[in-house]
Write a protein of this length. Structure first.
Length: 638
């Protein structure tokens, strides 16, 4: 108590401003994946599902990290993080992320070069829109939607004439080459039967090779970076409360959350600049090693942050509360872990989509079994004896899943010819739309933070209208600095106006807000599914607006009434960030099926939003039956 009293008399500890830099880079790197995914898809010749393994590696690290902490604490009957202290927890997390960033650099540069003729089996097994490019990026081979149809793409430069006039190539491409002015290339259609002859010509006459990167090594490095993030996040949120007056802890968390959202907004823009420079339009030849600049910067900043935390005296938690052990709940968590292992088995066996679906169904089944079993006999279930928590764990799983999957599949959608533009966007043109999605999270979170401050009702209403457009201005400003044409983003103001109406309809009440935004999410995704062009694009992107304040609403409703099990329940909810690693590959797998495609695969976000709206309705009745004022729950920041 003396510790808290002394701290309460002080202003915010200076190291808090170092801590929010860490918050910034969590958001920066997570959102940057939305640009890195479509880039890696073409660079490593991946299917859409395989490209989503970036999210799988990144978000599964949060689950694995939380699981290790929970099981170790359960085995020793003491909260491991409390024992080592939040300060050391953040330092260790930073050093783990430094290790992952250091490993990333040689992994990115590690490649093998093979003659192009040895890629026949790879090309023969391509999914629709999957492509392969030669080491000099002069030639690409892409699988088309029609059965056994391919296209040979030749970059429009001084070497192009040698290819498009070559008699043996023209013999296999009966309709010849057509010039694609927008993407600065020539295109010639051929069938699977001609693939071997074309590859032999490219090998013997042009000495073409293909460079294969070690995508699995990059995934491993990204997993280690995110594993450090997991430990940092687990420690940083309660640590932010300690670094100043406890009564103003929520304000600091909201500030940190706002900085995190700013990181998600500019991350895609910065990574696009690193990979493509300021070039706008067309297919840009670039080197994946350019991403090393980002990871070198991360290493430096994380080491500086770790050094500051190590040498500056800071307050520590005096919480010595015993760790709650719940053997039945632990078995459920282990069951979810087995489903995760099942999915890993599917990746090893190359039967990805069925195993992803089976694993997710298994996780849902375990949570609903837990809900039913604990209702009959609550002994040994700990926090899981509360139905609001088990349903909330699934809600967090689905919320993180829908947030990530909309953004991570957006690049492939916008690159699709005929969706937004006749030819589809190039990779160098994606960042304004990706940054707008993640910026939408910032718009909602900045608006949601207004209720924390002590202002009059009239001023609060005014700010609820003004703040979203200030945040929108920040998004436009970041894109202008990069040199993007922001006039195409102006119609999005309609979506922001709809979100503002949603905020007023939610009345700062978690259940009502979650239900309103869940239903708005369903509605806008359905609009996107049945339209195309700018209307569909902005409809899908607006999912970021409706996701933006879901985390605190779900969290508050899920832990309401848990009493002494609140800490344990919070740990279980954090584990379910796992949804961000499992939902995107399922949507990617559906997109790889020619009869479905990337556009129709957005049925997955619609189903996710529908469950979140259902959860809001169901949990309201559950809490009401327990005598809990569900509409007065105080929600925290994410």
């Amino acid at each position: 108590m003396a510790q808290q009293t002394k701290q309460g008399a002080q202003s915010t500890h200076p190291s808090f401003f170092v801590l929010i830099l860490v918050f910034f880079f969590w958001g920066f790197l997570a959102a940057s994946n939305s640009i890195f995914i479509p880039f890696c898809k073409s660079h490593f010749n991946l299917t859409q599902l395989e490209s989503q393994l970036i999210d799988f590696s990144f978000y599964s690290a949060y689950f694995i990290g939380s699981l290790i902490l929970y099981l170790a604490s359960a085995a020793r009957k003491v909260d491991i993080l409390n024992k080592i202290g939040y300060k050391k927890g953040i330092i260790y997390g930073l050093l783990i992320s430094v290790l992952g960033s250091a490993i990333m650099i040689p992994c990115v540069n590690k490649e093998k070069i093979v003659p192009v003729k040895e890629t026949l089996s790879d090309i023969s097994s391509f999914q629709v829109e999957q492509q392969l490019q030669t080491s000099d990026r002069q030639v690409k081979i892409r699988r088309e939607k029609e059965k056994d149809a391919y296209v040979l793409l030749i970059s429009d430069n001084e070497a192009a004439q040698k290819y498009i006039t070559h008699p043996q190539l023209l013999a296999e491409i009966p309709q010849g080459f057509t010039k694609d002015e927008e993407h600065h290339q020539y295109a010639g259609a051929f069938t699977k039967a001609s693939a071997e002859k074309i590859l032999n010509v490219l090998d013997t006459d042009f000495k073409q090779t293909v460079t294969f990167g070690y995508f699995a090594l990059i995934l491993m490095a990204l997993f280690i970076v995110a594993l450090g993030f997991s430990l940092q996040q687990t420690a940083a949120n309660p640590f932010a409360i300690l670094l100043g007056d406890p009564a103003k802890g929520t304000h600091r968390l909201n500030l940190a959350g706002g900085i995190n959202s700013f990181g998600t907004t500019i991350g895609p823009i910065i990574v696009s600049m690193l990979l493509f420079g300021n070039i706008k339009g067309g297919d840009v030849s670039t080197d994946i090693s350019k991403i090393n600049t980002l990871y070198i910067l991360l290493i430096v900043l994380f080491l500086i942050a770790a050094a500051i935390f190590a040498f500056v005296k800071m307050p520590e938690s005096q919480d010595s509360e015993a760790f709650e052990t719940s053997p039945k709940a632990t078995k459920s968590i282990l069951g979810i872990s087995l489903m995760f292992i099942l999915i890993l088995l599917g990746l090893i066996l190359k039967i990805e989509l069925p195993f992803f679906i089976a694993g997710i169904i298994g996780i849902i089944g375990i949570l609903f079994f837990t809900k039913v079993a604990s209702a009959g006999n609550p002994d040994g279930w700990g926090a899981m004896k509360y139905p609001q928590l088990t349903l909330g764990m699934l809600a967090i799983f689905i919320y993180v899943g829908v947030e990530v999957t909309i953004a991570s599949n957006l690049g492939a959608l916008l690159k699709t010819p005929g969706f937004l533009t006749p030819r589809g966007l190039a990779e160098s043109e994606l960042d304004p739309y990706v940054s707008l999605f993640w910026g939408s999270m910032m718009i909602g979170r900045w608006t949601g933070a207004i209720s924390v401050f002590n202002v009059s009702k009239t001023m609060r209403k005014i700010l609820c209208v003004v703040v979203p457009f200030i945040a929108y201005g920040v998004i436009l400003g970041a894109n202008v600095i990069k040199g993007n044409n922001v006039t195409e983003l102006y119609p999005y103001t309609i979506c922001i106006a709809i979100q503002i109406i949603g905020f007023f309809a939610g009345q700062d009440k978690p259940a009502k807000t979650l239900m309103v935004f869940g239903l708005l999410g369903v509605g806008t995704v359905l609009i996107g599914l049945f339209t195309s062009g700018a209307l569909a694009t902005f409809a899908f992107i607006s999912g970021g607006l409706f996701c933006s304040v879901m985390w605190p609403s779900i969290f508050a409703l899920s832990i309401a009434g848990l009493g002494k099990y609140t800490g344990q329940g919070s740990a279980f909810l954090v584990m379910m960030i796992l949804g961000g690693s499992l939902v995107p590959p399922v949507q990617g797998g559906l997109a790889d099926i020619p009869s479905i495609g990337i556009h129709a695969s957005y049925i997955i976000p619609a189903l996710c939003f529908a469950y979140l709206a259902f959860f809001a309705f169901r949990v309201k009745n559950i809490l009401k039956s327990q005598g809990i004022d569900y509409e007065s729950a105080i929600s925290g920041g994410h």
